[in-house]
Ligand binder design. Structure first.
Ligand SMILES: [Mg+2]
Length: 266
């Protein structure tokens, strides 16, 4: 991976004069990772940047998050953006409303698993089992070192049978496990779907797709855009499929500012 800002002049050329479709993960990308999802708020600076970018005619913005659609919409709190929640299982934006087909059986498996975990983990301090409707997040950032072993063994014991019978899929992120229904739909698929829609509207006009994300679930998007766009890992993570990296969420803000400034000068 190359450091994005080591190509400053080239980067300006790439970003200049094109329709940009900007896909941004939220946690760890637009807001630094916090102890709990509720405390990872969007800074005023980023909010202003996103708002001004969303108003540019040659720019489209989509927030692609693991949070539930409702949560990410409220957390970012801007109109005219596309929001993809639950890793793309639910999408909403101007003229778009989409919910992936998850069977009622799958939904009830997720519900049952949520209840089971909420009960079993009530004895370990610091575990936060988050019900996101179509998916579940199990956060363990605040679990004490001495309890981690116990946490893992309960997690494996509860989820094991569901994984083995193909009823759920698990992704692991930064101190969080994401439990999803076994549908073949992820951040990469939703990005390609949104791009195809946009290309249909834009006709022959070239679209530059840009994706920035910091975690394992963003790798699907990096792979999907491998030969098509600018892929940026937030944090220099070894083994990432992204072409470039930025050091942290603060540099993402700098990058958004660069795009806005280029657009304003145009
Ligand atoms: Mg993230």
């Amino acid at each position: 991976m190359e450091y994005l800002f080591s190509h400053n002049t080239g980067l300006r050329d790439i970003l200049n004069d094109k329709f940009i479709f900007l896909f941004l993960d939220y946690d760890g990308t637009l807001a630094p990772i916090a102890d709990s999802p509720a405390s990872a708020t969007l800074s005023g600076k980023n909010k202003r940047l996103l708002r001004s970018l969303s108003k540019k005619p040659d720019c489209r913005l989509a927030i692609i998050s693991g949070r539930s659609l409702e949560d990410i919409k409220v957390t970012v709190g801007l109109k005219d953006l596309i929001y993809a929640g639950n890793h793309g299982l639910e999408v909403e934006g101007p003229g778009i409303k989409f919910k992936s087909r998850v069977s009622p059986g799958s939904k009830s498996v997720i519900r049952r698993l949520y209840e089971e975990m909420a009960g079993k983990f009530s004895t370990i301090k610091g575990v936060f089992v988050e019900d996101k409707g179509l998916t579940i997040s199990v956060h363990y950032r605040l679990v004490a070192e001495k309890d981690l072993k116990c946490f893992s063994s309960i997690f494996l014991e509860v989820t094991g049978p569901y994984v083995l019978s193909g009823k759920i899929g698990i992704d692991s992120g930064k101190k969080v496990y994401e439990i999803k229904p076994p549908v073949k739909w992820d951040k990469g698929k939703v990005v390609l779907w949104l791009l195809a829609r946009r290309q249909f509207v834009s006709g022959k006009k070239k679209i530059l797709s840009v994706y920035a994300g910091d975690d394992a679930t963003d790798e699907d998007a990096f792979m999907a855009l491998k030969k098509k766009g600018l892929t940026i890992s937030v944090g220099n993570r070894s083994g990432s499929e992204a072409r470039y990296y930025l050091k942290d969420a603060g540099e993402v803000t700098e990058f958004l500012k660069l795009i806005r400034d280029l657009r304003e000068r145009a």
